[in-house]
Design a protein around this ligand. Structure first.
Ligand SMILES: NC(=O)c1ccc[n+]([C@@H]2O[C@H](COP(=O)([O-])OP(=O)(O)OC[C@H]3O[C@@H](n4cnc5c(N)ncnc54)[C@H](O)[C@@H]3O)[C@@H](O)[C@H]2O)c1
Length: 297
């Protein structure tokens, strides 16, 4: 099933450059009114670009890790567009962190990466979820994770093992190696929010999914690698535009579509929406769970 996104209101965080910019443009192309927020001043220019698609747009320079900013932004979006239907939690920070870093650097990394990638996503989610519940017409949340949380990018049974895949037949290890502990910690939190929100909000037809992205050409990845990335390596990176199409495809699944899923986009594989994997939830009923009350009695 493919539903139209026309006339919906979408929020995209971190949309001034990079992947979020492509997401915001894709939402406008699909006919959504789009609200964007970003630390960078150039976010203001994006509203006019988006409006060329015949939709309404609203752009704010602001920090998603700040509760007052998030509160005001979401309230203003609701006031301007009459509600909100889609949240794409994309704003992200990424830099090298080493176990031997001193406490000042470690704290700065924590504030920047956990602050944006986890706290920002959490705050934005809470503000939007309250509105989605009030509206009672379902909704969509897409969180942006990383492929560091998965092995081959897909369960082995559906990985096509392309000859171009840099990991060959051996499952790649999870994590970003030894230089990204706090980035990975912040993004693993993203999976937790995705799973918890998807379960809690399923009865209200609010779907929550997470993009587990591999290397994708953007300001962030070019800044992270600097001169260290060879042209051959850069050529393997995915594009923000292809990633945006995958998000559109997720959203177009509509209320009957997948929820609680980590959608894996990995270098060496086509940047497409993989088939739905039905998450298997362990429920209290399925495991004969004994409640605290029963134990105490
Ligand atoms: N590019 C990759 O290879 C890659 C891989 C895995 C995951 N991701 C994730 O994808 C998302 C987008 O990454 P990107 O590569 O486009 O990064 P980017 O740095 O190119 O763009 C991120 C945008 O978010 C904005 N931003 C950062 N902190 C913010 C804050 N506190 N409040 C508001 N705006 C903020 C930045 O100003 C920027 O415009 C991030 O969550 C990132 O972690 C990227």
């Amino acid at each position: 099933m493919s539903v139209s996104l026309k006339g919906r209101t979408a929020i995209v965080t971190g949309a001034a450059v990079g992947i979020g910019n492509a997401y915001a443009r894709a939402m406008a192309r699909e006919g959504c009114n789009v609200a964007v927020i970003d630390l960078r001043a150039e976010i203001a220019d994006l509203a006019g670009e988006l409006e060329k698609h015949g939709v309404k747009a609203y752009a704010v320079q602001g920090d998603v890790s700040q509760p007052a900013t998030v509160r005001k932004f979401v309230d203003d979006v609701i006031a301007k567009f009459g509600g909100v239907d889609i949240l794409i939690n994309n704003a992200g920070q990424c830099s090298v962190s080493l176990v031997e870093d001193d406490l000042d650097k470690s704290l700065a990394d924590y504030e920047s990466m956990v602050g944006t990638n986890l706290r920002g996503e959490y705050l934005m989610g809470r503000a939007v979820i309250a509105q989605l519940l009030k509206q009672g017409r379902g909704g969509e949340i897409v969180n942006i994770g990383t492929d560091h949380g998965v092995t081959c990018g897909s369960p082995n049974e559906i990985c096509p093992h392309l000859s171009t895949c840099p990991w060959g037949d051996s499952p790649r290890p999870t994590g970003g190696g030894t230089v990204m502990d706090i980035y990975d910690a912040s993004k693993y939190g993203t999976y937790a929010l995705t799973f918890a929100w998807s379960k809690a909000l399923k009865p209200q037809n609010i779907r929550v999914n997470c993009m587990c992205m591999g290397a994708t050409d953007s300001w962030m990845i070019r800044n992270f690698y600097g001169d260290r990335a060879t042209p051959e390596e850069v050529a393997t990176w995915m594009t923000a535009e292809n990633s945006a199409q995958v998000v559109v495809d997720i959203l177009k699944e509509g209320p009957g579509g997948r929820t609680g899923e980590t959608i894996n986009l990995c270098v060496g594989r086509p940047t497409v929406l993989e088939p739905e994997r039905k998450p298997i939830y362990v429920t209290p009923e399925s495991v004969g769970y004994t409640t605290r009350e029963t134990v105490d009695a």
